[in-house]
Design a protein. Structure first.
Length: 73
């Protein structure tokens, strides 16, 4: 995906999940979402990247908020 498309996707996901994690700084949420996007960007299933990024970012942020271990499996 080109940079403007990535920025749009990341911004949309950050806006969506920020409501669930109001105590987390927006910059941190943006960093988590960006890292997850970059990790999945080479995927062959490009249409699912936004959904997978959102799912993984929420899992990470939830674990940080609750102090739970992050399962990477």
């Amino acid at each position: 995906m080109n940079p403007p498309e990535k920025e749009s996707i990341v911004r949309t996901i950050v806006d969506r999940i920020s409501r669930y994690f109001p105590a987390s700084p927006a910059a941190h949420i943006t960093a988590v979402v960006g890292q997850e996007y970059d990790a999945l960007n080479g995927s062959r299933l490009r249409g699912y990247i936004p959904n997978l990024v959102q799912h993984n970012a929420r899992r990470i942020l939830r674990a940080e908020t609750t102090g739970a271990a992050i399962n990477t499996a």
